[in-house]
Design a protein around this ligand. Sequence first.
Ligand code: IMP
Ligand code: MG
Length: 187
Amino acid sequence: MSSRDSRLPEVLIPAEDIARRVTELGRKLSADYATVDVGNAGAEELVVLGVLKGAFMFLADLVRAVSIPIVVDFVRAASYGSGRVSSGDVRIEPIAWPYGEGRDVLVVEDVLDTGKTLDAVVRALEGFRPRSVKTLALLRKPEAKWPVDYVGFEIEDRFVVGYGLDDAGKWRQLPYIGVPRDGGERR
Ligand code: IMP
Ligand code: MG
């Protein structure tokens, strides 16, 4: 079998399950941030910062599921190149930050693997002196030690694609999370 099998990946998390979980996460975030004053008189909106490219689809659904005032922005990070094992060398593009100091920030990631990407993004935000920084990952793999605040789904240590996640650029457009036909082995 070719290592980049072109058959549709096997469904791991169906679109309906993702939609249900996104609704739950939206409610939970709205409740949690309501108590920290976001959007109330004098307070500024929560800055929801998606990590590109993988989080683009999740973020689009998530922001429609929250009922608190937010602003949406993105940071671009890359660590994998075209392989399936983290290089450990995370590159964050410079963040344009028109929001000033003292903001509440929620960083939204597609999948938490080693945690190096979220760690790098959170460190890159320090210079903007945020009031709070929380993190949310749609998926978390078992090895992740990084203390993420919100998780959509716990998954096995396999390489997954779809719903924004790619394998060397492929399969981001799938409406579900799937496993490539070669079994999602790491290489
Ligand atoms: P970490 O820095 O090791 O936590 O890896 C997180 C990043 O690696 C994510 O933002 C993804 O871009 C990528 N990644 C990790 N696991 C997968 C996967 O199973 N499929 C696609 N991308 C992944
Ligand atoms: Mg990513």
